[in-house]
Design a binder for this molecule. Structure first.
Ligand SMILES: [Zn+2]
Ligand SMILES: [Zn+2]
Length: 334
């Protein structure tokens, strides 16, 4: 294991534990220092005991680097692996085992912290057959959303990556902003070209109930939209749920073939239970997504699986338990 791989693994584990602390920032910093330092210099410093003279390397990270260079498995990795493992009940594990992919993921192309390749490699290690890359659309400038040009560039990059990663597949997609009037933040020809389109509300979350309902109904009725992302926009403890008439929105989802996402991010866990039950009562399909912005976050699907288990979502109604072929057949027919 190289020092960089060792530090990557530690950062991954802290991410999956949803740890955003001084500790995780320190490990990210150490990883970045190792990435940008000549391996020979690292080896010399490990021998001389001067790794901590590098800004950003402390005692703990110096020990991990030195152990990796010495060909030992760094003890800290086992500790952090143990501390951050995501426990699952048998019911939750049954749902997780049925998942073949993840339909909502981000990369450094928008506001993610990992490259497309790192995300895909992790998805493969988690046993997935596919992952839909859904970076943000252009209007979300704060998240470096992709405009038309950059999306087209990304599609070329994905074609190349897919040639290397087969049989694993990175399906093309985008998390498209739902505009205030219910329109979508991407040209129709590109929406039509993408494999899977997730549409989400990221602005004006406090709209009145009626216009918010109209906005969402319009968006999910689009023939290009496949999944409604984190439908209430809540951030647990920080931002309340948006207010809309779930009967209209979910009836439209069921009628127009748009799945309702169970967003697995610990601070979202969206939709709340009553709304998920309402969506199921309307006959909606569901997608259990990580919405990962880093490799460790790809491990968050069990949080969504736990919600699916509680609401007894029929497994066959979950899009990402299907093969990529079946998923693509469904999205292109809906
Ligand atoms: Zn989003
Ligand atoms: Zn997202």
């Amino acid at each position: 294991m190289t020092p960089e791989a060792a530090l990557d693994r530690i950062v991954h584990c802290l991410d999956r534990a949803h740890e955003n602390s001084f500790r995780s920032r320190a490990w990210i910093r150490a990883r970045d220092v190792v990435r940008s330092t000549d391996p020979d210099e690292l080896a010399d410093r490990a021998r001389a005991g001067t790794l901590t003279e590098l800004a950003g390397i402390g005692d703990a990270s110096a020990r991990v680097i030195a152990q990796a260079i010495a060909g030992e498995r760094p003890a800290y990795i086992d500790k952090v692996e143990r501390e951050t493992v995501i426990e699952m009940s048998p019911e939750t594990a049954r749902y997780r085992a049925a998942l073949r992919g993840d339909c909502h993921t981000h990369s450094t192309w928008s506001d993610g912290g990992a490259t497309i390749e790192a995300m895909a490699t992790t998805a493969i290690a988690l046993g997935h057959e596919y992952m839909v890359l859904t970076d943000h659309s252009g209007r979300l400038t704060i998240a470096h959303g992709l405009d038309r040009e950059r999306l087209l560039q990304q599609l070329d990059v994905l074609a190349e990556l897919n040639a290397h990663l087969a049989p694993f597949r990175i399906l093309t997609g985008m998390e498209v902003d739902i505009l205030e009037d219910g329109g979508l933040d991407l040209d129709d020809d590109l929406l039509a070209r993408l494999d899977v389109v997730v549409a989400s509300v990221h602005s004006k979350l406090r709209m009145e109930r009626r216009p918010m309902t109209e906005r969402m109904v319009l968006a999910v009725s689009s023939p290009h939209v496949d999944i409604l992302g984190h439908c209430t926009g809540r951030l647990i403890g920080r931002r309340p749920e948006s207010v809309f008439d779930g009967d209209y929105v979910f009836a439209a989802c069921a009628r127009f073939g748009t799945a309702v996402e169970i967003n697995s991010r610990p601070e979202r866990l969206d939709p709340p239970e009553e709304l998920l039950d309402l969506a199921l009562s309307h006959g909606c399909y569901v997608s259990i997504d990580s919405d990962a912005h880093a490799t460790g976050q790809l491990e968050w699907q069990p949080h969504g699986c736990q919600k699916a288990a509680t609401s007894e979502v029929p497994i066959e109604r979950i899009l990402n338990t299907w093969t990529a072929e079946d998923l693509l057949a469904w999205t292109s027919a809906n």
